[in-house]
Design a protein around this ligand. Structure first.
Ligand code: AMP
Length: 462
């Protein structure tokens, strides 16, 4: 029997807020991490996206965070992408009661972010670039941030953010708790552990790499001129699809071409303003948009459950990119379809990727999608729907803050500077409380037909 949240030491007010969001029993990573994190230990977590890692690090932050002074957040969560930052902030806000949570990222104006920071933000979720800009502008100081989470550290490394992450960590409180989550814990990520974590406890759940075999992989030879048509047919046969293009321009063009063919498609990439990207993602989650046409960078950090299909419209750069892209489908026990559209001259690269991933699929002409290739989805409980939860107002004040036992020798008293604030009971802040989309199994090539789909769930970090 897994422990309950209360048995893991989660304060009652947070347990109640979780219950109101339909979250009753901890997932495996949460059972593993929460008690240690509540006690202030450094944690090195490897968990796949969709495993519930946001709450694994988020619940202890909410339970323990001190009250921030203006421009001096007490806890910091670093995220590689704006979308992930928003998703984390929204998930935490749904259970944070009086604890204030804000997200800062690039692509939007500075004014609102500066105002929020000035009002005081207990838990700041930030992308490294914008955070450094705000630090330069003296809109924020991290010296009182004594709880730090680095989420998706491997992605941060892939995106070249680690130097910025190091500069940022150097500015946080010396006596701090550092929690890191990553899909892999080797190479650059291991160096961050070595340099910035103190005797971390490692918790690993799930396979080291996404289980590529949970999806059905197809490799089709397609003439350049036929790719759009094939793509449209696959989307209408399978349902919610993420299509990967190499360039922003290519994504915009494909979205237009698919729309002309009657597919509700929308591009998402770094060339669009943040509010447009947020809107597009929401529309995809709601089911208004059937196909999200994404560049690799934009798709990092977009974690939407119940994606039926991934199409590699342009080939991935390498096997790692194939894995990342393909991992957008067949999540959390669901099945999914991955289709690679391969033009003449691209066969050798496709075979190389297959070999590196131990996939041995024939490269064929486009085939009808028989029933077994199409995803059979499990119905999701209501709490999985980010769109629902985003609208829910948190209304609890967290009164039961756990006092943490002293840590090991080096760390004893490391929060001493902040204890007057950090251990202040949340009750002194009362009054500030804020208030399967079944596949149709339709053969590829049948006329396109629009269908209404049930909303997909969003918000998971991977
Ligand atoms: P994450 O991996 O943190 O992105 O979480 C994936 C999804 O699982 C999110 O939609 C969470 O709201 C949901 N979730 C997280 N923990 C639980 C839980 N213990 N019970 C049910 N759903 C959960």
């Amino acid at each position: 029997m897994p422990p309950t949240f209360a048995q893991l030491g989660v304060p009652e007010s947070i347990c109640r807020a979780l219950e109101r969001s339909g979250i009753e029993k901890p997932f495996e990573i949460q059972s593993a991490v929460i008690a240690d994190a509540m006690e202030g230990r450094d944690i090195c977590g490897r968990a796949p996206t969709g495993s519930g890692k946001t709450l694994a690090f988020g619940i202890p932050l909410i339970a323990n965070v001190g009250q921030a002074r203006p421009r001096r957040p007490r806890a910091l969560i670093l995220s590689p992408t704006r979308e992930l930052a928003e998703q984390i902030a929204s998930e935490l806000r749904s259970i944070s009661g009086p604890v204030t949570v804000a997200a800062v990222y690039g692509g939007v104006g500075y004014t609102n972010q500066r105002k929020q920071l000035q009002r005081g933000v207990d838990i700041l979720v930030a992308c490294p670039g914008r955070l450094e800009d705000l630090i330069d502008q003296r809109a924020v100081s991290l010296h009182e941030a004594d709880q730090v989470v680095i989420d998706e550290a491997d992605r941060m490394a892939d995106m070249g953010f680690l130097p910025a992450v190091r500069r940022i960590l150097d500015q946080t409180a010396d006596q701090r708790q550092t929690v890191m989550f990553s899909a892999t814990l080797d190479s650059d990520v291991a160096k961050i552990t070595r340099d910035y974590q103190h005797r971390p406890i490692t918790h690993e759940v799930g396979d080291a790499t996404p289980d590529i075999r949970s999806a059905d992989h197809r490799f089709w030879t397609v003439e350049k001129t036929e790719r759009v048509g094939v793509c449209a047919d696959v989307i209408s046969a399978t349902g919610p699809t993420i299509v990967f293009c190499r360039t922003r321009h290519g994504s915009d063009r494909l979205a237009r071409q698919l729309t002309q063919r009657g597919v509700n498609a929308a591009a998402i990439h770094g060339g669009h303003a943040q509010n447009r990207r947020t809107r597009t993602l929401k529309e995809f989650i709601n089911g208004q948009v059937e196909a999200l046409i994404a560049t690799d960078v934009a798709a990092r950090g977009i974690h939407v459950d119940s994606v039926a299909c991934v199409i590699h419209f342009d080939p991935p750069e390498d096997h790692k990119a194939y894995l990342h892209r393909s991992g957008r489908t067949a999540r959390a026990g669901e099945t999914g379809l991955v289709v690679s559209l391969i033009q003449n001259g691209q066969h050798a690269d496709a075979k190389k990727i297959q070999k590196q991933l131990d996939l041995n699929e024939p490269i064929t002409s486009p085939r009808p999608l028989e029933h077994s290739a199409a995803p059979a989805r499990r119905p999701k409980p209501a709490h999985h729907h980010e769109a629902d939860r985003a609208d829910r107002k948190p209304n609890s004040n967290h009164q039961n803050r756990r006092s943490r036992p002293d840590r090991d020798n080096n760390r004893d008293g490391r929060r001493s500077n902040s204890n007057s604030q950090g251990q202040r009971n949340r009750s002194d802040r009362q009054g500030n409380g804020r208030g399967g989309n079944k596949s149709k199994g339709r053969p590829h090539g049948r006329p396109h037909q629009q269908t209404r789909r049930k909303p997909r769930s969003g918000a998971s970090s991977r």
